[in-house]
Design a protein around this ligand. Structure first.
Ligand code: IPM
Ligand code: MG
Length: 364
């Protein structure tokens, strides 16, 4: 097949890990006879430095016209001034919104080879295989923000808004995923306090009852979910939740896998007319890690696993996606890993060496 993929290396370790993702994409193209056209664009701090804006119009254009987007990470201390008119994170939120990427998938798997990397006891991690489906373009992230003077004080507010339509479409994405998995859906909210959560719960209940009666749906308050994710993580299958709860819970679930350096994510829009595939933006869930940037020690596996999600969800190449995931498993089992997850005594590999190892382990 022919596909156009836009690369957004971003800041910090972003360019290093995206280089390995691109290496794997090129290897997949060669082995399966595809033609992937890779093109680069600026997003985040590097875009502020070079073009004076975190989200250049040209970047939006190159992403919107692509079949898929692979992103590294944005941000860093250089752009952290709270008074600055623009910030790298604004570019990230802006591209999600501009492309209509409302569904953020964050799968968490525990790889037996590195079970010791997790701070949790290994027996708790047995059988953990869950996915967080986070609503990505609504809620408190995008509601009206205000700062005003009030009785000699400063007052700030962030409005949390959800519509029926926004809830329905994200619940449907989660339901479709649950059907292909263990059939269990946990909808997380704070319905004992928040009006948006009460609407969320009612809509989720209706969508499952009317359209997915074969699924098992449970509702869980977000504070309880934070606790149960540590107490009995293997019980979860698909978790669906609003934007900010999903942000927080997905960092928590990343610790089940042991390293932020292993977790991929997919941000998807509506299905494209006529096909089962969607425009998607794929990125590791870790940040730009400025403290280790440029040293060749960043773990590229989260980005490479994001490439697998890209192949699956935006290009419809399931066999290729599985082959990349299997190659990552082999590399992990062989201990060919960066220092963050290297077993004691083993010689850790560099970022580029791990990428090469994945390419070598890739079999059609
Ligand atoms: C994430 C990040 C972003 C978010 C930040 C960088 C704006 O934490 O993708 O989870 O909060 O969505
Ligand atoms: Mg986050």
């Amino acid at each position: 097949m022919h596909a156009t993929i836009t690369l957004l290396p971003g800041d910090g370790i972003g360019p290093e890990v995206v280089a390995e993702g691109a290496k794997v994409l090129r290897a997949v193209a060669t082995r399966w006879n595809h033609h992937f056209e890779l093109r680069e664009a600026l997003l985040g701090g590097c875009a502020i430095d070079q073009l004076g804006t975190s989200l250049p119009d040209e970047t939006v254009r190159l992403c919107a016209s692509a079949d898929a987007v692979l992103l590294g990470a944005v941000g860093g201390p250089r752009w952290d001034d709270p008074q600055a008119p623009d910030r790298p994170e604004r570019g990230l939120l802006g591209i999600r919104k501009a492309l209509g990427l409302f569904a953020n998938l964050r799968p968490v798997q525990v790889y037996p080879a590195i079970v010791d990397a997790s701070p949790l006891r290994p027996e708790l991690l047995q059988g953990v295989d869950l996915i967080v489906v986070r609503e990505l373009t609504g809620g408190i992230y995008f509601g009206e923000k205000r700062r005003e003077a009030c009785d000699g004080q400063e007052r700030a507010s962030d409005l949390c808004v959800y519509t029926t339509h926004e809830i329905e479409r994200i619940v449907r994405v989660a339901c479709e995923l649950a059907r292909g998995r263990r059939g269990k859906l946990t909808s997380v909210d704070k319905a004992n306090v928040l009006e948006t959560s009460r609407l969320w719960r009612r809509v989720a209940t209706r969508v499952v009852r009317e359209e997915y009666p074969d699924l098992q749906l449970e509702h869980m308050l977000v504070d309880a979910a934070a606790m149960h994710l540590l107490r009995r993580p293997a019980d979860f299958d698909v978790i669906v939740t609003e934007n900010m709860f999903g942000d927080i819970l997905s960092d928590e679930t990343s610790m089940l896998a042991g390293s932020m350096g292993l977790l991929p994510s997919a941000s998807l829009g509506e299905a494209r007319a006529g096909g089962g595939t969607r425009l998607g933006l794929y990125e590791p869930i870790h940040g730009s890690a400025p403290d280790i940037a440029g040293r060749g020690i960043a773990n590229p596996l989260a980005t490479i696993l994001s490439v697998a999600l890209l192949l699956r969800h935006s290009l419809g190449l399931e066999a290729e996606a599985r082959a990349v995931e299997a190659a990552v498993q082999r590399v992990l089992a062989a201990g060919q890993v960066t220092p963050d997850i290297a077993p004691p005594g083993a010689r850790p590999l560099t970022t580029a060496e791990v990428g090469d190892a994945v390419v070598a382990a890739l079999h059609p």
